[in-house]
Design a protein around this ligand. Structure first.
Ligand SMILES: O=c1ccn([C@@H]2O[C@H](COP(=O)(O)OP(=O)(O)O[C@H]3O[C@H](CO)[C@@H](O)[C@H](O)[C@H]3O)[C@@H](O)[C@H]2O)c(=O)[nH]1
Ligand SMILES: [Mn+2]
Length: 732
């Protein structure tokens, strides 16, 4: 029995098998101690600095290893009891939820995808008059508005259909792609075909309009909302546009079965070229204010437009945590994992989904997962109401309105526009103490830190059926650029006053502060990695040995740490539902991200510190042409463009290849000497082999591919020149 004599609504279970993990960690620790001892006691007389460099890199890797151990020391898994929820509360008593969907560019984020996401969240298994869906359109596109208008009509068919057939996932795009026609029931099959046809027709209309690039005059006449675009100069220069497409309070807002529809609102906040709009954080804060005036639900679900609902019970699940306490703590937010549902489940660019699974359950055991921007249900007051303690409530201007007065939708639209104006936040705590935080491209992580450092706890929930499915980038460059944004923002947080060790030191447990380091320290990671993929091969060519001899027993700790560490990672990866192939891809991406994304993020961080550049949010593309899609499905790595990131990757790949070729084909050494060379340089040669293996897709992209996804010739030539230069320097 829990509080008030009720059965608890959720349960927290520690992970099993921790003994294995802990003894593994302890054994690696011992290995590291031996390595340090070797590094210190065999300090060379000549070439000291390269040795020191190796040692520093290894110390850094060890430090990072300790942080990952802390994160994974005590993972917990949560499960809910939704049936107890329904026995405790009538459907009518369930609390309201405002759902925020963000989109920013109709060319990068196709309106068909955006409205499928919107429809998927409108169809939650939840009383419709308790749901309000808000779409923020930073692209201020009448095409997106048109698509949403179409979706509001289609919802009248789609929602009853979802209820009747218990449709999962409730995104029409995903559903019709993944679910075959029901054959056993002729009536249902017929209905299924009708809905599918209606959906396809709508999709074709939206897509052709998107291709056309503008909404024709005859359609513009059909809804007053389009008139608002008369005042739009460009997407960077326009007044607020607010349109309530479905007013949930209106008795006529019903679906074809006569059941109420959730409220549906379109918002394009005001933008002016001279005023910074703070990217997604700015959009969310505008939504927080607008929604507080329209529906003011106590809970807010935030999803990106590229992530549709895949489990219609997810809101009920989240509610189980909000209505109970966790060890006396109220829960600020429930974070669902970022899982990816790109058609082929292709993980050539790594599998964040598997990697984060355990990391976030580690976080949860240490005080609560970070907020990762999408698939998160917030308590409204934790996001915007409370300042430093629960007693001190910062009152927002928006909250002053009385929401009980029933207003006509059109007058709400007019009255609320000011809340989304770009000057509204001037001299207010918005973006600083209130709402989502500004000034960082990972506004999500930063906001999560601020919430947790006020003493709130959060929960990580991985239901049996994934709650959301999203899109991963489908090109290498998109992936690297996305990680650069994350790495850059995370390191910026570390350097700022919001660093968890400073800002969170009162209310955050130390282990949680430390846990954040695995993300905050992505950037410094690049230096140790760059050193390790370049210097040992360089020294191999130069004839400097950096590791113990293969025949020496000092080699054992090195071998042990490297091999066991990787084996553990493989076992863990497979245990969490990944594949061996996925793991190999993840290893490759591990290196690519460290040598490019994090490195470029480091450069940008330095430039920013010196005041030379400002960070920008580069939106990840979500459209791909047929050619690219085909290559993606074949798991062939997509290069295609000439980016400095590729030059770095290709140069390192070629340099290591040269190193291996030179050592392998050296005629000057006879068989006897060969054994000796291998004994002395064995570790360096092995490292070189591993790097060449990891880089196989790069060589392929440079020399063996003809399609447009290959590495451009200019990048290849440049990299050959750089790699040759480096090898020449090493050898002469
Ligand atoms: O000026 C902007 C820029 C972006 N977005 C929206 O932000 C979301 C995330 O953008 P995306 O390009 O998909 O980036 P991701 O790297 O996939 O986003 C992850 O990382 C971001 C922080 O870097 C978080 O905000 C996201 O929630 C999280 O999913 C999308 O819905 C965009 O429409 C805006 O609304 N306004
Ligand atoms: Mn995204």
């Amino acid at each position: 029995m829990g509080k008030n004599g009720y059965l608890p609504l959720f349960e927290t279970r520690p992970a099993r098998g921790l003994v294995f993990f802990r003894s593994y960690a302890a054994s690696i620790f011992i290995g590291i101690c031996f390595i340090c001892f070797h590094r210190v006691s065999y300090f060379p007389v000549t070439e000291r600095w390269v040795w020191v460099g190796m040692f520093v890199a290894e110390l850094w890797f060890s430090f990072y290893f300790f942080i990952t151990v802390i994160v994974k020391w005590n993972p917990v898994f949560r499960c809910t009891f939704k049936d107890r929820l329904s026995s405790r509360f009538e459907e009518e008593e369930l609390l309201g939820v405002d759902i925020f969907v963000c989109t920013a560019d109709p060319r990068l984020e196709p309106p068909t995808m955006v409205v499928s996401t919107v429809l998927s969240v409108m169809a939650y298994d939840y009383p419709p008059h308790k749901l309000s869906v808000y779409l923020s359109d930073d692209g201020c596109s009448d095409l997106t508005f048109y698509a949403l208008l179409e979706a509001s009509g289609f919802a009248q068919l789609w929602l009853p259909f979802c209820r009747k057939l218990k449709v999962e996932p409730t995104s029409p795009e995903a559903y019709f792609q993944t679910t075959p026609e029901p054959v056993d029931d002729a009536f249902m099959a017929n209905e299924w075909l009708i809905i599918k046809k209606t959906y396809e027709d709508m999709r074709i209309r939206i897509e052709s309009m998107t291709r056309l690039g503008k909404v024709p005059a005859d359609i513009r006449k059909e809804h007053k909302g389009f008139d608002e675009w008369d005042f739009v100069v460009s997407r960077h220069d326009h007044p607020s546009i607010l349109q309530i497409l479905i007013d949930g309070r209106d008795p006529n807002a019903i679906d074809i079965e006569g059941k109420a529809l959730p409220t549906l609102v379109y918002l394009a906040r005001e933008k002016r070229p001279q005023i910074h709009h703070n990217f997604k954080a700015g959009a969310l804060n505008a939504l927080i204010r607008i929604s507080s005036r329209i529906s003011n639900a106590p809970f807010i679900l935030n999803v990106d437009c590229d992530m549709h609902s895949n489990n219609s019970k997810a809101i009920r699940d989240a509610l189980c945590f909000f209505l109970d306490e966790d060890n006396g703590h109220e829960i600020a937010y429930v974070q669902y994992p970022q899982t990816f549902g790109n058609l082929t489940k292709n993980e050539i660019y790594g599998s964040l989904r598997v990697v984060m699974k355990l990391e976030l359950a580690g976080f949860d055991g240490n005080g609560g997962p970070c907020y990762i921007g999408t698939g998160c249900v917030h308590r409204r007051e934790s996001l915007c109401g409370m300042k430093y303690s629960k007693e001190l409530i910062v009152e927002s201007k928006a909250m002053k309105y009385d929401t009980k007065i029933i207003e006509k939708a059109s007058s709400i639209e007019e009255n609320c526009k000011a809340l989304a104006s770009c000057t509204y936040e001037e001299n207010t705590p918005w973006g600083k103490e209130m709402g989502v935080k500004y000034g960082c491209v990972v506004e999500d992580i930063l906001t999560g830190i601020c919430i947790q450092s006020r003493g709130w706890r959060s929960v990580y929930l991985t239901p049996q059926r994934e709650a959301f499915l999203g899109m991963v980038p489908t090109t290498l460059l998109d992936t690297l650029v996305q990680h650069k944004r994350w790495a850059e923002g995370d390191f910026q947080i570390f350097l700022s006053k919001h660093c968890p060790f400073v800002y969170g030191c009162q209310n955050m447990p130390l282990k949680l502060q430390l846990s954040y380091c695995i993300y905050l320290f992505w950037v410094p990671n690049c230096f140790a990695t760059l050193y390790y993929v370049f210097v040992p091969s360089f020294c191999l060519l130069k004839g400097i040995s950096l590791f113990p001899k293969i025949s020496s027993s000092w080699g054992i700790p090195y071998l042990y740490v490297i091999v066991v560490h990787r084996v553990q990672s493989l076992v863990e990866f497979v245990w969490l539902g990944g594949t061996v192939r996925g793991w190999l891809n993840e290893q490759r991406m591990w290196m690519f991200k460290r040598t490019t994304s994090y490195f470029f993020a480091a450069i940008d961080n330095i430039l920013k510190l010196c005041g030379f550049s400002k960070s920008a949010f580069i939106i990840t593309g979500k459209v791909a042409d047929d050619d690219l899609n085909r290559r993606y499905e074949q798991e062939s790595m997509e290069f295609g463009t000439s980016s400095p990131m590729f030059t770095v990757l290709a140069t390192l790949a070629l340099f290591n290849l040269f190193g291996l070729v030179v050592v392998g084909t050296n005629k000057a050494i006879n068989d006897d000497a060969r054994i000796k060379v291998f004994d002395i340089f064995g570790f360096q040669i092995l490292l070189c082999c591993v790097l060449v293996f990891v880089n196989l897709p790069i060589y392929q992209g440079m020399f063996f591919r003809k399609d447009s996804g290959k590495i451009p010739a200019s990048v290849t030539l440049r990299s050959i020149a750089f790699a040759l230069l480096a090898s020449t320097l090493a050898m002469y």
